[in-house]
Design a protein around this ligand. Structure first.
Ligand code: NAG
Ligand code: NAG
Length: 453
C-alpha cells in the first residue's frame, strides 16, 4: 500500500483524500466521497455562466446576420463591401444568328423568408414563357455563367409548350445581370435563351427551368419535331415521357452536369455531356448516341427497327468509367431487323446485355475497353461471327443449349477457334440458310472477357 496524498479543502479545512476538478460526474477513483456542498454550487454557477455565454454569442450572431441582411437590402451590397462600387452590368452577349423575341420582366421577387442566414439564394424570381409546340425546332441556349437544372415534363391545360423559370440568387442585383428571353433562329425555330455574364460570386444566379409539353390531341401521342439544348452547366432531367410524347429528333448537350432520362421515345436521340454521368431508359427507332467522359453511362435501350433495310444504331461512349447497357432489339415485323451497337470506355468495366431480339435479326456489335472486364451477352437468336481479344488471359465463350427460337427443332451450330488470348468463331441455327451478316467484336486488355451467346 502506497500512502495516499492528503489535500486540504480550502473551505472546510477538512482533509479529503481526493479532489475532482470536473464539475458533475463522480470521479471514478474517489475512495471516500466527502460531500462538497460549496463546490457543487460553484460548479452549477459555472455551468450556468457557460450556457449564458453560448446563448449570448448565438444571439449576437443572429442579430449581426439580421442587421447585415437588412443593410444589404436597403443600401445594396456595394456600400457594405466597398470593393465593387458599381452594380452596373453590361448586357451579356447574345450569340450570332439568335434573335431575341421577348424578354419579359421577372414576376414576384421573393425574399426567401426564414433563410436569411443561408449562404446562398436569398431571392427568388419567376418568369414564364410560351413556345409553339409545332415549331420545326424547340431549343434552349444557355451562355455565360447561367447554371442550374433543366427539366422536361408533360403538362396539361395548355396548347403551347409552357416554360417556367425560377431564378435563385444571393445578391439582389444579380438578376439584372442575366437575360432570359424567348429567341428565334431561322424559320420555325423557337427557343429559350439564357444569357449570363462571366461568372462571379456577385452575379451568380441559379436557374430551375421546366418545360411542360402539352398533351397530344384526344389522348394521342404528342409529336415533337425537334428538341435541342445547348446548355452547359445545366443538369438535364427528362421525365417519364415515353407513353405520351414522341420526338422525331432530340438532342441534349451539356457539360459537367449529368443527364437523366426517366423514359423517352424518339426516332433520333443524342445526349452529350462531360465529366458527368448519363442514365436513362430509351426507345429509339433510328439512332441513339450517348457520349460523356470520365463518368458512367447506364442505359436501358429498346432499339426498334422498321425492318425496311435501314439499321437502328446505338453508340455509347465514355472513358475512365463503367458502361452498363441493357438492350432489347425489337422489329416491326416479328422477324428480322438490322442493328448496329457500339460501346466503348477505357480503364473500366463494360457490361452489355441483349435480353430480347427477333429471329433472323442482323446485329453488328462492337464493345471495347481496356484494363477493365467485359461482359457481352447476346440473345440466342443471334447468328453470325464473333471475334474477341484480351491480353494475358484466355477469353471465355459460353453458350447454353436452347430450343430453336423459330420452333423448327433445329440445333445451334457453334464453331470456336481459340488462340491464346484471342478467340473467334461463328454461331448459327441452320446450314442451309445464307450466311448471316451478324458480327461481334469485343476487346479489352489485361482483364477478363466473357461472351455469352
Ligand atoms: C418503341 O417505339 C415504337 C415506335 O417508335 C413502338 O412501336 C414500340 O412499341 C415501342 N416499344 C416499346 C417496348 O415500348
Ligand atoms: C417488314 O415490314 C415492312 C413494313 O413495316 C415491309 O415493307 C417489309 O416488306 C417487311 N419485310 C419482311 C421481310 O417481311
Amino acid at each position: 500500500m502506497s500512502p495516499q496524498p492528503i489535500y486540504l479543502d480550502e473551505k472546510s479545512d477538512e482533509p479529503i483524500t481526493h479532489i475532482t476538478h470536473a464539475c458533475g460526474g463522480p470521479a471514478e477513483d474517489v475512495a471516500e466521497p466527502t460531500p462538497l456542498v460549496p463546490d457543487r454550487r460553484k460548479c452549477r454557477r459555472k455551468k450556468l455562466r457557460f450556457l449564458a455565454a453560448i446563448f449570448l454569442v448565438w444571439l449576437g450572431f443572429k442579430l449581426w446576420s439580421y442587421l447585415r441582411f437588412e443593410f444589404y437590402n436597403r443600401y445594396g451590397y456595394h456600400t457594405v463591401a466597398g470593393v465593387e462600387n458599381t452594380a452596373v452590368f453590361e448586357d451579356p452577349p447574345v450569340p450570332d444568328g439568335v434573335e431575341l423575341v421577348e424578354c419579359p420582366g421577372w414576376q414576384g421577387t421573393d425574399v426567401l423568408m426564414g433563410r436569411h442566414f443561408a449562404p446562398h439564394d436569398r431571392f427568388t424570381s419567376y418568369a414564364s414563357f410560351n413556345l409553339p409546340v409545332d415549331s420545326d425546332k424547340l431549343f434552349v441556349l444557355a451562355r455565360g455563367s447561367a447554371a442550374g437544372a433543366l427539366k422536361v415534363r408533360q403538362g396539361s391545360g395548355s396548347e403551347d409548350v409552357k416554360v417556367e423559370v425560377e431564378a435563385r440568387y444571393r445578391f439582389e442585383e444579380a438578376i439584372d445581370s442575366v437575360k432570359v428571353c424567348t429567341v428565334k433562329r431561322g424559320e420555325g425555330e423557337n427557343g429559350l435563351g439564357i444569357f449570363g455574364p462571366e461568372w462571379s460570386r456577385r452575379n451568380f444566379v441559379r436557374f430551375e427551368i421546366t418545360f411542360y409539353l402539352p398533351e397530344g390531341e384526344k389522348g394521342s401521342v404528342l409529336d415533337v419535331k425537334s428538341f435541342e439544348t445547348d446548355a452547359p452547366l445545366f443538369a438535364h432531367d427528362i421525365g417519364d415521357l415515353e407513353r405520351s410524347v414522341h420526338f422525331d429528333d432530340i438532342n441534349l448537350k451539356s457539360a459537367n452536369t449529368p443527364i437523366f432520362v426517366k423514359s423517352l421515345r424518339a426516332d433520333n436521340a443524342a445526349f452529350e455531356t462531360r465529366n458527368s454521368p448519363i442514365s436513362g431508359e430509351f426507345n429509339v427507332s433510328s439512332s441513339l448516341t450517348l457520349i460523356t467522359a470520365n463518368a458512367r453511362i447506364d442505359a436501358k435501350v429498346n432499339l426498334f427497327n422498321e425492318d425496311d433495310g435501314d439499321s437502328t444504331n446505338l453508340v455509347i461512349k465514355t472513358s475512365n468509367a463503367r458502361v452498363k447497357g441493357a438492350l432489347k432489339l425489337e422489329s416491326a415485323n416479328k422477324s428480322g431487323g438490322q442493328y448496329q451497337v457500339s460501346a466503348s470506355t477505357s480503364n473500366a468495366a463494360l457490361d452489355l446485355k441483349i435480353s430480347e431480339a427477333p429471329v433472323r435479326h442482323a446485329l453488328s456489335l462492337d464493345a471495347d475497353t481496356s484494363l477493365g472486364p467485359v461482359l457481352v451477352q447476346v440473345h440466342p437468336t443471334y447468328e453470325g461471327t464473333f471475334d474477341v481479344a484480351t491480353s494475358l488471359l484466355r477469353p471465355e465463350i459460353v453458350w447454353k443449349g436452347v430450343e430453336d427460337p423459330e420452333g423448327k427443332g433445329r440445333r445451334r451450330k457453334v464453331e470456336v477457334h481459340t488462340d491464346g488470348s484471342r478467340a473467334s468463331g461463328r454461331i448459327r441455327w441452320s446450314d442451309e440458310d445464307p450466311e448471316s451478316p451478324g458480327k461481334i467484336n469485343v476487346k479489352t486488355s489485361l482483364a477478363p472477357l466473357r461472351l455469352e451467346l
